[in-house]
Design a protein around this ligand. Sequence first.
Ligand SMILES: [Zn+2]
Ligand SMILES: [Zn+2]
Length: 342
Amino acid sequence: MKNRNQRPGTPRTRTRTLKRPTAPPLRSTRPPAADLHIHTTHSDGVCSPCEVVIAAANIGLSALAITDHDTLSAQTVARPEATRLGLELVGGIELTAEFEGREVHILGHFVRDDEPALVAATATLRRDRVQRLKGMVDRLADLGLSVDLTVLGRAFPRATLGRRHLAEWLVRTGQVAGHREAFTRYLGDDGPAHVPKPRLAAGLAIALIQGAGGVAGLAHPPYDLRELTLRGLVDAGLGSLEVAGHGIDARRGQRLRDWADRHQLVPIAGSDFHAGDRPGRWIGSITTPGADLERLRERAASVPLPPAGGSGSPSDREASAEGRCLAASDEIDRIERTLAEG
Ligand SMILES: [Zn+2]
Ligand SMILES: [Zn+2]
């Protein structure tokens, strides 16, 4: 809430001389650092993939990962820009999952964006999210509020629309006073218009990420996370853990680091950037040091990979991935049935 640039007691003369810092030159001399948790317009962020790449380059990061919710579509858009600016784009995703009855977010790093099983699972999740959105719009209609999904879709053409977009609509059309009211009265977890988000079983989310050659990590660990729960995720194949981020104070960060050490998880961090209006969560505000990025890369390299893009035809790659697709498809069918019934 507080603007830390304007602490009480700061002399006025000093405030007057403050200038917006100019961006450091590209490829700055800062030690390598990576922001491994960034959202774009392809999920619920406000900046395009190219914009986040440019921002990351301008502040001197050596690498970034775009980790949009349940979609890989930003990767192909961002990659040429990252290459042009000499920045490493780590293939990323953030999968919505469930573990022990609670929603957890599983990050994937160094994932290939053409792995059929992961691509299919994200397509299913996104389709189910559309159904969820329609369900919430119907509930809002029952409560006397209207949402024009066609217009909303035009306003956010690439986004996976969700509660945040609905709230934005309600505010912009004057049906609620602000976002807070949209959530407290209608769209909050216990609100009358809320429909739960489709989720993958955490074990499946981890398996899909590993199947795409990536390392699965737990994003923004819940405040009350128990080590036993973390252990369950490690047993399912978790390879990394966010140890710093918005809302993680130094003491908790240390505990998470201790747990990461104990369970051989690579400690990672990122800003979870969505929009410029969330202080402390701007691109590059929280980063993973270069040494940990290298550990993450090594961990990814140790995941058994299907034949790489250069060797074998696309059909060969599909055939090699078939086993994983089949394994995943049973679980996806089950989720589809559950959602259709629900
Ligand atoms: Zn998340
Ligand atoms: Zn996120």
